[in-house]
Design a protein around this ligand. Structure first.
Ligand code: AMP
Length: 113
């Protein structure tokens, strides 16, 4: 199996990694959709949110806490930011390794596009 985000987590493909720990890596999105656009990615390969199991709860909570910390570091926590995970094609998922988008630094719209 060849997975882009597994390769980035293993440092086999370059990315602008801004945070990493034993469970996840966070790096700048290559095509940012907002002034702040970071992807928080578990090291473990999970293709879509549909594969999540009950025992993955702490991992998912960890991704959100890491995203909160990065939002603070990037000065968007107080202003507001958006955390998004796309699942499957109609939602726009293009990389089949789950990732939390952290978007901020501009006014977000609702409903989303
Ligand atoms: P999604 O469409 O929700 O699956 O999100 C995939 C995201 O990965 C998109 O926002 C892409 O711009 C981003 N992306 C794709 N390739 C890379 C890469 N090599 N480095 C960083 N971000 C990437």
């Amino acid at each position: 199996m060849d997975c882009l985000f597994c390769r980035i987590a293993e440092k086999k493909t370059p990315a602008r990694i801004i945070y990493e720990d034993e469970a996840c890596v966070a790096f700048e999105d290559i095509a940012p959709q907002a002034p702040v656009h970071v992807l928080v990615v578990p090291r473990r390969h999970i293709a879509t949110t549909l594969e999540l199991k009950e025992e993955d709860g702490p991992l998912i909570g960890h991704l959100f806490r890491v995203a909160n910390r990065i939002a603070g570091d990037k000065q968007v926590a107080g202003r507001g930011f958006r955390l998004v995970m796309n699942t499957n094609a109609e939602a726009g998922q293009s990389v089949y390794h789950i990732h939390l988008h952290l978007l901020g630094g501009r006014r977000m719209h609702w409903p989303p596009g």
